[in-house]
Design a protein around this ligand. Structure first.
Ligand code: NAD
Length: 351
C-alpha cells in the first residue's frame, strides 16, 4: 500500500444484511475515480466506534454510530468525520476539534428531500389521505362526503424554524398560493421579505396557521417549544407537522390535544423516544400520521447526502477546506493545517 494513500472508512451500517449499500447509490463512484485514495467499510457494526477502529484512516463517513473521544484513540491520521446527514449529536465535536478533526454535515443533501417530506405530510393531512385509504379498505366508500379535505390556497402555513429546510419549503409551497408566516429568532428579515414570508412571533404563528410545520434546530430553547400551552393557542382545525426533532414537542401534551380533538391532526416523522413504546397511546389515535424518522429517505436523499459527504472527504484529501464544517475552528489546528500545506505542496509538485 503506498505510504501517502488517503484511506477512507465508511461505517458498517451503510451495508444491509446482503452486504450491499442499503440506501442504493450514494455516489461511491466519485471515490472509485479519485487518485491516491482507497475506501472500505469498517468490518464491524458498532453503536460506538471503538478505540483503534479508525487507525490509519484520513477520513470517516459516518451514518449512525457514535464517534466519541474513545473512538478517536489511535486515529492519528484522521482529518475529517463526514456525517451523512445534518444531525451530528452522535459525534463528539469537542473531542474532534481538540484532535484537529473537522466534522462536516450535508445540508445540500437534505434540503430538498426534507422540505418535500414536510410538504408531503401537509398534503396528506390536507387531503385526509389516511382516512380515505381506510374508507376504501373497510368498505366505507360512500362515507367519502364526511371526509372533505382542504385546499392550500389562501390557507396559512406556519414555519417554526426558517433555515436550510424551512426556506426550501417556502420555495416549494409558493405555487400553492398559501400564505406563509415563520417564527425564527435568527432569520434574516430581508431574505424573508424577499421570499414573501412574514416573520411573526410564535404565539402569532400558532393562532394564525392552518398548518404548523416544525423545522427548527433542537436546542435547549426549543426543547418542548410546543407544549400544552402552545398547543392550546392553535386553531381547533389546525394541523401540526414535525420533521425536525421529537423533543421539540411535548409528546404527551400533543397526544392529549389530538385525543380531545383540540387540534385537527398531526403528522410526525420524529418522536421523543425512537422508536416509540409499543403501548404509547399516540399509536392508537386515528388523527395522526406516523413515519419512522424516514419520511425523507429517498434515492434523491441518499445520493445527495452521499455526494455531499464524499465531496467533503475529497476536499480534505486534496488539501481544501470542506464546504460544510460544523467546527471550522479545527481548520486552525496544527495537525489540520500541516496536512493542508502538505497536500498543497504535493499538488504543486504534480503540476
Ligand atoms: N426528519 C428527518 O429525517 C430530518 C432530516 C434532516 C434534518 N432534520 C431536522 O430538520 C430541522 C431543520 O434542518 P435544517 O437543515 O433546516 O437546519 P438549519 O440549522 O439550517 O435550520 C434550523 C433553523 O432553526 C432555527 N432556530 C434555532 N433556534 C430556534 C428557536 N428557538 N425557535 C425557532 N427557530 C429556531 C435556526 O435559526 C435555523 O434557521 C433540524 O431540526 C434537523 O435536525 C430532520
Amino acid at each position: 500500500m503506498p505510504a501517502d494513500l488517503f484511506r477512507v472508512a465508511l461505517t458498517r451500517d451503510f451495508l444491509d444484511r446482503a452486504g450491499r449499500v442499503g440506501f442504493g447509490d450514494i455516489g461511491l463512484a466519485a471515490l472509485d475515480a479519485a487518485d491516491g485514495l482507497a475506501y472500505e467499510f469498517l468490518e464491524d457494526d458498532h453503536s460506538e466506534l471503538p478505540a483503534g477502529s479508525l487507525a490509519g484512516f484520513g477520513a470517516a463517513i459516518v451514518l449512525a454510530p457514535r464517534v466519541s473521544r474513545t473512538s478517536l484513540q489511535g486515529a492519528d491520521d484522521l482529518l475529517v468525520v463526514a456525517r451523512f446527514g445534518v444531525g451530528y449529536d452522535n459525534v463528539d465535536v469537542g473531542a474532534c476539534s481538540e484532535a484537529g478533526v473537522v466534522v462536516t454535515i450535508t445540508p445540500d443533501g437534505v434540503r430538498r428531500p426534507v422540505a418535500l417530506s414536510a410538504l408531503t405530510l401537509v398534503l396528506a393531512l390536507a387531503h385526509r389521505l389516511p382516512e380515505k385509504d381506510r374508507l376504501v379498505r373497510t368498505g366505507r366508500w360512500s362515507a367519502k362526503l364526511d371526509y372533505m379535505g382542504e385546499g392550500l390556497a389562501g390557507r396559512t402555513l406556519g414555519l417554526v424554524g426558517w433555515g436550510n429546510v424551512g426556506q426550501e419549503l417556502t420555495r416549494l409551497a409558493q405555487p400553492f398560493g398559501v400564505r406563509q408566516v415563520a417564527f425564527d429568532p435568527f432569520a434574516d428579515a430581508s431574505a424573508a421579505a424577499r421570499a414573501g414570508v412574514e416573520l411573526v412571533d410564535l404565539d402569532g404563528l400558532l393562532s394564525a396557521a392552518d398548518f404548523v410545520v416544525l423545522m427548527c434546530a433542537l436546542t435547549p430553547e426549543t426543547h418542548h417549544l410546543i407544549d400544552a400551552a402552545r398547543l392550546s393557542r392553535m386553531k381547533s382545525g389546525a394541523y401540526l407537522v414535525n420533521v425536525a426533532r421529537g423533543p421539540v414537542v411535548d409528546q404527551r401534551a400533543l397526544t392529549t390535544a389530538l385525543g380531545s380533538r383540540a387540534i385537527a391532526g398531526a403528522a410526525l416523522d420524529v418522536f421523543e423516544q425512537e422508536p416509540p413504546a409499543e403501548d404509547d397511546p399516540l399509536l392508537e389515535l386515528d388523527n395522526v400520521i406516523l413515519s419512522p424518522h424516514a419520511i425523507c429517505w429517498t434515492d434523491e436523499l441518499a445520493l445527495g447526502n452521499g455526494q455531499s459527504a464524499i465531496a467533503a472527504v475529497l476536499d480534505v484529501a486534496a488539501g481544501r477546506r470542506p464546504k460544510y464544517p460544523v467546527n471550522p475552528a479545527a481548520f486552525g489546528h496544527p495537525r489540520f493545517e500541516s496536512h493542508l500545506n502538505r497536500a498543497a505542496r504535493r499538488i504543486d509538485e504534480v503540476r
